[in-house]
Design a protein around this ligand. Structure first.
Ligand code: GDP
Length: 416
């Protein structure tokens, strides 16, 4: 039976995971689906057996992201992961996916640091001011150097990193991270490394000075970006509690002033749960993003803005069309404003054709869920469209708008 999905946009995160080929985008995404599969949905926490299923499935064939947009749940938040092509040849597709996501996680190889394709995608994300975090992956590899990668993020991406974690141990002895917000250690030892929760410990004594030094850097960097933090810091020093710091980090990240940096090894299941927490804590919800600005159907010069609210007229962008062996053509749609129900008639202002929305699906890693209607901020797959292509807008027939006005191909800027 078709169900209605959440309309509280505060708990929604539409994110992309971007990386140079081989940095670990697929592995990180799979691990995210693994951990979120354990705690599947509000009020529906699967225990024991479900965990086993996921682990068995994982061992058998890997949990693979096969969908252009996959929905998962983490601590009462709905995370929609939009697939971002990793290859520069798909510049147009990268740009299109950047349009429909609200925030991103850039994954880096802990040995190779910032590589050319990450530079390209990073610059494209700069163009749309997409709030971004970084995950320095593969800390278990021989030669992995977290601090080198942080430096290369500054040198090659000209980002302002906000280091939130420090690695504990290195290479095969990589144990976990120092959490500089909570000033504690999170470790994955022995059995827990197999995907269970981490252990919270005191910061190792031999890392106390380093942790204090990087905590100071964190607060100072944050103060530079946030006047409220600066004011308190100048008068009282570092008196910040965890919620205050988190709120300030969120503000600075949403304003695209800072890029929080976390670390771990997706492959060895270390660091993924804190990464999920950070996605929820620091990346935007659809209502943190300003209105989308499209243009009038008849006059490209006339701008039309749509707010991310179900009260507005319906508008959405078809960003990907995929062929499903069982269902046929699936049209991936980001809804920007209003609401639309299965069976509704909408208009495609690009060709002036009316389209009837067939079934609407929310896509999960291991199943799809039919839903009755979908509102602003959500990403779904719809069926039944006849004359709609990738990049086309669908909208309310009485209030049409054209959403996409990108010029292709976008320039690829090479960095020396
Ligand atoms: P993608 O091309 O960015 O999607 O990269 P993949 O996720 O496919 O990973 C590329 C290779 O690196 C695969 O062989 C992974 O098993 C491996 N890999 C991914 N994450 C890690 C990690 O944290 N540590 C190590 N040692 N290998 C990893």
């Amino acid at each position: 039976m078709a169900v209605d999905i959440t309309t509280d946009l505060n708990v929604v995160r539409n994110i992309g995971i971007m990386a140079h080929i081989d940095a670990g985008k697929t592995t990180t995404t799979e691990r995210i689906l693994f951990y979120t599969g354990i705690s599947y949905k509000i009020g529906e926490v699967h225990e024991g057996a479900a965990t086993m299923d996921w682990m068995e499935q994982e061992q058998e064939r890997g949990i693979t992201i096969t969908s252009a947009a996959t929905t998962c749940w983490w601590k009462d938040h709905q995370i929609n992961i939009i697939d971002t092509p990793g290859h520069v040849d798909f510049t147009v597709e990268v740009e299109r996916s950047l349009r429909v996501l609200d925030g991103a996680v850039a994954v880096f190889d802990g040995v190779a640091g910032v590589e050319p394709q990450s530079q390209t995608v990073w610059r494209q994300a700069n163009k749309y001011a997409v709030p971004r975090m970084c995950f320095v992956n593969k800390l278990d590899r021989t030669g992995a150097d977290f601090y080198m990668v942080v430096d290369s993020i500054v040198d090659k991406l000209h980002a302002t990193p906000l280091v939130l974690q420090l690695p504990i141990g290195a290479e095969s002895d990589f144990l976990g991270v120092v959490d500089l917000i909570g000033m504690r250690a999170l470790t994955w030892r022995g059995e827990t490394a197999q995907g269970e929760d981490y252990v919270v410990e005191e910061i190792p004594a031999d890392m106390a000075d380093k942790a204090a030094e990087w905590r100071e850097k964190l607060v100072e960097t944050l103060a530079e970006a946030d006047d409220d933090i600066m004011e308190v810091y100048l008068e009282e020093g570092d008196v910040f509690d965890v919620p205050t710091l988190k709120a300030a980090i969120r503000r600075a990240t949403l304003a695209d002033k800072l890029n929080p940096i976390l670390t771990g090894t997706a492959f060895k299941n270390k660091g993924v749960q804190p990464l999920l927490d950070a996605i929820v804590d620091f990346l935007p919800s659809p209502i943190d993003v300003e209105s989308i600005v499209g243009h009038d159907v008849k006059d490209e010069e006339v701008e039309v803005a749509r707010k991310p609210s179900e009260e507005e007229p319906f508008s959405g962008l078809v960003f990907k069309i995929a062929s499903d062996p069982h269902l046929g053509k699936l049209f991936y749609l980001r809804v920007y404003s209003g609401k639309v129900a299965a069976g509704a008639t909408v208009v495609n202002p690009i060709n002036g054709r009316k389209e009837r929305i067939g079934k609407i699906y929310q896509m999960h890693a291991n199943k799809r869920e039919e839903i009755a209607s979908v509102g602003a901020g959500q990403i779904v797959a719809v069926m039944g469209l006849k004359d709609t292509k990738t990049g086309h807008t669908l909208c309310d027939p009485t209030n049409p708008v054209v959403l996409e006005s990108m010029t292709f191909p976008a320039p690829v800027i090479e960095v020396a």
